[in-house]
Design a protein around this ligand. Structure first.
Ligand SMILES: Cc1ncc(COP(=O)(O)O)c(C=O)c1O
Length: 435
């Protein structure tokens, strides 16, 4: 297919020059190495195409939302139908109600849902509700955990210099000191450290927020259960950030998959089927704190609104996506393809005697070149930066696109065993070069 950019003769280089003049780092989203930047023109299934006509097997998948791959026919059909009816109303609409119903039906903690547009908004609302409900200001998060771009969220999400737990520093300028002082930080997967901090700060602590699968690091058995027990015992709320894990690890997300039910859970990415919508789901008594009728009667009333919250176009895409995912056998097939890739990576790295950690649970995967078992942010930092770069650039040069910032592979239902085998063949070449 010839894209409109190619037809106009505008290839990657011309577009990149124009982007460099008007966008920071000349980039949106995935920031590619110098000279490798490309302009995405279209996608189909597991493949994304650029303005020079090159094809990449896509393991970025729009940073995760495209769990059915690019331009899935059911989503294109749902969006086309809704677009003809109107793209936005700022009013109650059928697709948004249907999407909320599907979330409540699938997610163990979800009694009610409040819509937002981005995952950052959903996690920010979760923290506000926790503070409103408990009357306490502090929150506990885990070092390296990503909860979006909000002021609270950017504390200790990617520290360059380790701080002493539970003290954290903002990894962005422009965050008020007063905000940073309310965020406590613990190492992921260390249940004892978290328990101690929760007990010590219980009179000031509103909530613990955790990515149940922290970026590329799986939870150790019992870790999430320990957080649930410690928060419940100390009257502190537990928030799961399921922006990545929701409808990805299972229909009911990480809480179904790992069998731990939080009080609140933030959703984004997958619930929009590739269109921008997010939500906070959870206990009705907490979500209902945003009910404007409480403004004059309940001092725990918490304000939240957004022009595009519950947008019908995105909600229609989300309903179509969740209906596809609900088809019997979908997650089993997805996991089988992922396991083939994960075991394949492990086997060829072992054969080449290159120390590496291949971590995955279903369609979230990474390869970290370190001999150290990776259980938290600091152990992940032991990965050899030269090998990580060679791996990433080797894949890119061979037409395999991976998120360079977190070295994460997302897989979709559109990825085939053939895609996996092609990736493994490329990986074998890269590993041979590394040796
Ligand atoms: C776990 C997690 N939480 C929150 C967010 C923020 O979502 P958004 O980028 O939609 O604001 C992200 C984004 O990558 C995420 O991975």
């Amino acid at each position: 297919m010839v894209s409109s950019e190619q037809a106009r003769g505008d290839g990657n280089a011309a577009w990149a020059a124009r982007a460099g003049a008007v966008l920071p780092w000349g980039a949106i989203g995935t920031q590619l190495p110098a000279g490798k930047s490309f302009v995405a023109t279209h996608g189909a299934g597991s493949t994304i195409y650029d303005a020079d006509g090159a094809a990449y097997l896509d393991y970025v998948l729009g940073s995760g939302p495209l769990i059915l791959g690019h331009a899935h026919p059911a989503i294109v059909e749902a969006v086309t139908r809704q677009a003809a009816l109107g793209s936005h109303f700022y009013a109650l609409n059928a697709p948004a109600i249907e999407l909320a119903e599907r979330i409540v039906a699938a997610v163990p903690c979800a009694e009610k849902v409040k819509f937002a547009s981005t995952g950052s908004e959903a996690t920010g609302l979760a923290l506000r509700l926790a503070r409103a409900h408990t009357g306490r200001d502090k929150i506990l998060k885990f070092e390296g955990g990503y909860h979006g771009h909000g002021d609270y969220a950017v504390v200790a999400y990617a520290p360059r210099v380790p701080s002493d737990y539970p003290v954290g520093h903002a990894d962005s300028a422009g965050v008020p000191r007063a905000v940073v002082d309310t965020v406590l930080v613990a190492p992921f997967n260390d249940a004892e450290a978290a328990r101690e901090i929760i007990e010590c700060y219980r009179h000031e602590l509103a909530a613990v927020i955790v990515e149940p699968y922290q970026r590329v690091i799986p939870p150790q058995p019992g870790f999430l259960q320990a957080l649930r027990e410690a928060t419940a015992a100390n009257d502190v709320l537990l928030i799961f950030d399921e922006v990545v894990t929701g409808f990805r690890l299972a229909q009911g997300g990480a809480q179904e998959h790992y069998g731990v039910v939080p009080d609140l859970a933030a959703y984004g990415k997958t619930i929009g089927g590739g269109y921008p919508i997010a939500a906070l789901a959870g206990r009705a008594d907490l979500i209902d704190l945003t009910d404007p009728r409480r403004r004059d009667t309940d001092d725990r009333y918490a304000y939240f609104a957004g022009t595009f919250s519950g947008n019908p176009l995105a909600a229609a895409a989300g309903v179509a996506a969740l209906d596809e995912l609900a088809r019997p056998g979908t997650y089993d097939r997805l996991r089988a393809v992922c396991d083939r890739l994960g075991h394949g990576f492990r086997a060829l790295l072992a054969e080449a005697a290159i120390p590496a950690q291949v971590l995955w649970d279903g369609p979230i995967m990474t390869v970290l070149f370190t001999a150290t078992p990776v259980t938290d942010y600091r152990s992940a930092q032991t990965a050899d930066p030269e090998k990580m770069r060679a791996w990433y650039e080797g894949l890119l040069a061979r037409g395999f696109l991976v998120n360079p910032a977190v070295q994460k592979f997302y897989l979709s239902t559109a990825h085939t065993e053939g895609d996996v085998d092609a990736t493994l063949a490329a990986a074998r070449e890269i590993v041979a070069e590394m040796r």
